[in-house]
Design a protein around this ligand. Structure first.
Ligand code: NDP
Length: 403
């Protein structure tokens, strides 16, 4: 996290410039819309450069018009004409395709939100880091797959990488109270998802509708399923290992069903700092948007008297094997996290398409991983090749594996 960890114990020489020009990758998604909600409330302070989406032309065009973006990019190249038509009569330029996403990142916005879902976000996020400005990172899959390369790119180009994932944003805030070298452990909290109390037998019959219904957070479909399998926490473990290089052995996962404490840092003297907040992504996004200052946030304040009590329990790696798999993969490193992530993306998509059962997701990830040794990637192409091969392997399995 180049620059970001040098101010006030863990903070920030970084760019003192106020975030002025803004780009949002994944603008039509849950995080993208929350980001634009904050920007819309403070419209005079920001100039929107680029907004992107995958295939939702209507939503992208409408957001681009509303926020007076300079450029709207649709990743699906075949939708270029639709986007151009939807933007006709406006000043918004239309572009399409993967290269156009990278070009949009190269516009060099002062502040970029990386909120594409999945490894598809990797290239644009890297391109944004290479501009040496501020990148707010929600797209955890890119950091899991190519964390080493991304951290190196941030350092090389003097970019500031701000964690938006609520847990990592919480850790980042807790580290303002001390130094990472003085931390004894980091405690990553997990809600436990909607099936925290389900038996393995009950999990067999879980439907996509049940899996996307998170008890505390409203999120996109993929991350909601990841939360239900707890692969989300596994991805976050690896993400935290890159952002806060303390060693995975010092990063623990703790189930905290109320999702009030978003994570904690325990220091060598025994002090434990926690960050609390309502389960609203606009809180960590606002933190990243205003950093190193603070801005007014629109969410309802926490009512701790109404919440009354906070519960904690150890995670169960038998019912949620993704936790064990991710820790092993994170320790092994190399291209294995990219393989795990790609297999998981395919398996989650297959589950949402009702091709496989809920328990098959982790089983497929483990089966795909068993075919790999995990080389150390020398560049982005190695990561993308591992990602590609793992996707192919997972696609072959999604038709037949039953856990
Ligand atoms: P959503 O599914 O709601 O939105 C995903 C966004 O990415 C949409 O704009 C979508 O466009 C775009 N997109 C999807 N596939 C591609 C592709 N192949 N190429 C380019 N763009 C694509 O996801 P979320 O907002 O929930 O999550 C975004 C990221 O943030 C994920 O990595 C997630 O893990 C992370 N995150 C999310 C949190 C949340 O609360 N939602 C919390 C913490 C992290 P379109 O609409 O056209 O499909």
């Amino acid at each position: 996290m180049a620059g970001a960890f040098e101010l006030g114990g863990y903070g920030m020489t970084a760019h003192n410039r106020a975030a002025r020009t803004i780009s949002v990758f994944g603008a039509t998604g849950s995080v993208g819309r929350s980001t634009l909600d904050l920007i819309g409330r403070n419209a005079g302070d920001y100039e929107v450069l680029a907004l992107t989406a995958n295939s939702d032309v209507a939503a992208l065009a409408s957001l681009a018009r509303e926020h007076k973006a300079r450029l709207a990019v649709i990743a699906d190249e075949s939708l270029y004409a639709d986007l151009r038509d939807a933007l006709s009569g406006s000043d918004v330029e239309a572009a399409a395709g993967e290269d156009a996403l990278v070009d949009a990142a190269s516009l060099g916005a002062d502040w970029t939100m990386a909120a594409i879902v999945g490894c598809a976000g990797l290239k644009p996020t890297l391109a944004a880091l290479e501009q040496g400005r501020t990148v707010a990172l929600a797209n955890k899959e890119s950091l899991v797959s190519a964390g080493g390369l991304m951290m190196q790119a941030a350092a090389r180009h003097g970019a500031v990488l701000l964690p938006v994932d609520s847990e990592h944003n919480a850790i980042f805030q807790c580290l303002a109270g001390g130094r990472l070298e003085e931390a004894r452990r980091i405690i990553l909290t997990a809600s436990g998802g909607p099936f925290r109390r389900h038996s393995l037998e009950e999990m067999r019959a879980i439907t996509p509708e049940e899996a996307v219904r998170h008890p505390n957070w409203s999120m996109g479909a993929k991350i909601s399923v990841d939360s239900a399998t707890m692969m989300n926490k596994g991805l976050e473990l690896i993400e935290a290992g890159h952002l806060f290089p303390i060693g995975l052995g010092k990063i623990e996962i703790l189930v905290h069903p109320q999702s009030v404490i978003h994570s904690m840092v325990e220091y060598r003297d025994g002090s434990m700092l926690a960050q609390l907040g309502p389960p609203d992504m606009r809180v960590p996004i606002a933190h990243a948007l205003a950093w190193p200052h603070r801005m007014d946030g629109p969410s309802d304040p926490l009512d701790l008297a109404a919440i009354a009590k906070l519960d904690f329990e150890a995670p169960d790696e038998v019912r949620f094997p993704a936790l064990r798999i991710a820790r092993q993969v994170g320790e092994a490193g190399g291209t294995l996290p990219a393989v795990m992530n790609a297999a998981n993306e395919v398996a989650v998509a297959a589950f949402l398409a009702r091709q496989i059962g809920f328990l098959d997701i982790s089983a497929i990830v483990e089966r795909v991983l068993s075919g790999y040794n995990g080389l150390t990637p020398t560049g982005i192409d190695d990561v993308l090749e591992a990602d590609h091969l793992a996707r192919e392997a997972a696609r072959q399995l999604t038709g037949r594996v039953k856990a």
